[in-house]
Ligand binder design. Structure first.
Ligand code: MLT
Length: 418
C-alpha cells in the first residue's frame, strides 16, 4: 500500500469554509423554508464589469478562427497582461517590478500554498503568521511538514503566532525570536486592518536584518481608500530583496469564479541552499511554475487585461465602491447595536467583537455567535476563532453581497439584537 503524507493527519478540523458550508447545509436541510443570506466566505456576487466581458467575448471569437486560435500559452502569462500589470500596478506607484518578475496564475490562495515548494522541506525555516490568520497559510505549512502537532488552542508547534487584536490595534509586533518566513496580509483578512508605511518599513528592515522572506498577500489592496497606505510592499525601499507579493483579480474585478491572479518574485530576492550559498528564488519559482502549471486561459487573461482599460478602471472602481457601501451599512448596523466594530473601511471585511450572552457578562464565543446568527437571523457569518486563537470572541462579516441581501440581513440582525 502506498504511504500517505502523514502531515495531513495533523490538520485539525476541515478547512474553515467547507466546515461552515457543512453546518449551513445541515441547518438548511432541517429548515427548508429559511431564506439564508451568506455573509461568510468572501465570494463576490456582482457580475464581471462590461469592459471585461467584452474583452472575453472578443477573445472567444479569436479562439473560433484558425488564424487567431491559441493553444498552450506562456506558463508565466501572456506578455500583454504582464506588461499591463507592471505598468498599472507597479510603475504607476513608482515600484520597481519588471514584467518578467510577474507570474500570472489561477489564484493567490493556490500560490501562497504552492510557494512552499521552493522553500526547504521539514522544519528548517521558522514560519511566522499573524493571528488571526487566513487559514491557508497555516494549513499548507502543516501539509508540507513544516510544523509539529497542534495544541488545545489549535496552534501548531513550530509556527510563531503574532497576535493581532483590538488591544494592539491589530498590529502584529515584530517577532522576538528569529524567524525565516513571515506571512503578512494587508488589507488584512480577516480583521480588515491596514498597515502604514512606517510599520511595513519595520517589517522590511526586520527581514533584511534576519535574512527572512516576507510573503505579502495584498489581494485586497484595491479597497484601500486613502493615499498614504501602501498598496504594494514594493512601495517600501528594499522590499525587492526580501518580499514575494501575491495579488489577485478576484476581489477587485470579481474573478473568484473566473480565476486570475499573479505573484511577483523579484530577481533580487535570494534564499540559501544547504551549503549556505545564495540562490535566486525567481529561478526556482520559474522552474516550479513552468513544470507544474500550464497557464491561465487566454480568454481569461484578455479579460484581466481589460481591468486596465479606461472603462475597465472606472467599472472596477465602481464595483469596489459598491461593496464598500455594503461594508458601511454593515459597520453602522453593528455599531448601532453597541458592538465593537473594526475593519470595513479599507477592506471588504467587517470584524466585530461578539456581544455578551443575554443575562450574562460573558461574551458569546465565535462559533456560538455563528450558530445564533444562523438559527435566529438565517445569516451566515464567519466565526473569528476559525482564523486562529486570537480570533476567538470575534466574527467576520463579508461585504460581498447584493445590496438587497445586505439590507435584509442587517434588518433581521437589528430585530434580533436590539
Ligand atoms: C475568505 O472568505 O476569507 C476568502 O474568500 C478566502 C479566499 O479568498 O480564498
Amino acid at each position: 500500500m502506498a504511504r500517505i503524507n502523514d502531515n495531513y493527519l495533523k490538520l485539525k478540523a476541515g478547512y474553515l469554509f467547507p466546515e461552515i458550508g457543512r453546518r449551513v447545509t445541515a441547518f438548511s436541510n432541517a429548515n427548508p423554508d429559511a431564506k439564508i443570506i451568506r455573509m461568510g466566505i468572501g465570494d463576490v456576487t456582482e457580475p464581471l464589469p462590461p469592459a471585461i466581458i467584452e474583452a472575453m467575448h472578443k477573445a472567444v471569437d479569436e479562439m473560433a478562427k484558425r488564424e487567431t486560435f491559441r493553444g498552450y500559452g506562456p506558463e508565466q502569462g501572456y506578455a500583454f497582461l504582464r506588461d499591463a500589470i507592471a505598468k498599472n500596478e507597479y510603475a504607476a506607484r513608482n515600484c520597481e517590478v519588471h514584467a518578467d518578475e510577474i507570474f500570472v496564475s489561477d489564484g493567490s490562495k493556490c500560490d501562497t500554498g504552492n510557494i512552499l515548494d521552493i522553500l526547504a522541506p521539514g522544519k528548517e525555516n521558522v514560519i511566522a503568521v499573524g493571528d488571526p490568520v487566513y487559514p491557508v497559510y497555516v494549513d499548507t505549512n502543516v501539509m508540507a511538514g513544516h510544523t509539529g502537532q497542534s495544541n488545545a488552542k489549535g496552534e501548531y508547534e513550530g509556527i510563531v503566532y503574532l497576535p493581532m487584536t483590538a488591544e494592539n490595534g491589530f498590529k502584529a509586533s515584530l517577532p522576538t525570536r528569529k524567524v525565516d518566513v513571515i506571512y503578512l496580509c494587508f488589507p488584512n483578512n480577516p480583521t480588515g486592518a491596514v498597515i502604514d508605511r512606517g510599520a511595513l518599513t519595520e517589517w522590511v528592515l526586520y527581514a533584511k536584518e534576519n535574512d527572512a522572506i516576507i510573503l505579502y498577500d495584498a489581494a485586497y489592496e484595491a479597497y484601500i481608500s486613502v493615499d498614504d497606505i501602501p498598496h504594494s510592499i514594493y512601495e517600501i525601499p528594499g522590499a525587492r530583496e526580501v518580499a514575494i507579493e501575491f495579488r489577485s483579480c478576484s476581489k477587485n474585478a470579481g474573478f473568484t469564479g473566473t480565476r486570475c491572479a499573479w505573484t511577483v518574485v523579484p530577481k533580487a530576492l535570494m534564499g540559501t541552499n544547504e551549503k549556505g550559498e545564495k540562490v535566486e528564488l525567481h529561478k526556482l519559482w520559474m522552474r516550479r511554475h513552468t513544470t507544474k502549471f500550464n497557464g491561465v486561459p487566454y480568454i481569461i487573461q484578455r479579460g484581466a487585461e481589460a481591468i486596465y482599460s479606461d472603462q475597465g478602471k472606472q467599472q472596477v472602481a465602481d464595483l469596489i465602491a459598491f461593496y464598500m457601501q455594503n461594508a458601511a451599512i454593515i459597520r453602522s448596523t453593528f455599531t448601532s447595536l453597541g458592538m465593537e466594530v473594526y475593519g470595513g473601511i479599507h477592506a471588504p471585511y467587517v470584524w466585530v467583537k461578539t456581544p455578551s450572552a443575554p443575562g450574562s457578562s460573558n461574551r458569546i464565543d465565535s462559533w456560538g455567535m455563528f450558530d445564533k446568527m444562523l438559527r435566529e437571523c438565517h445569516v451566515v457569518i464567519t466565526p473569528g476563532s476559525g482564523f486562529g486563537a486570537s480570533g476567538e470572541g470575534y466574527f467576520r462579516v463579508s461585504a460581498f453581497n447584493s445590496r438587497a441581501n445586505v439590507e435584509e440581513a442587517m434588518q433581521r440582525i437589528r430585530t434580533k439584537f436590539q
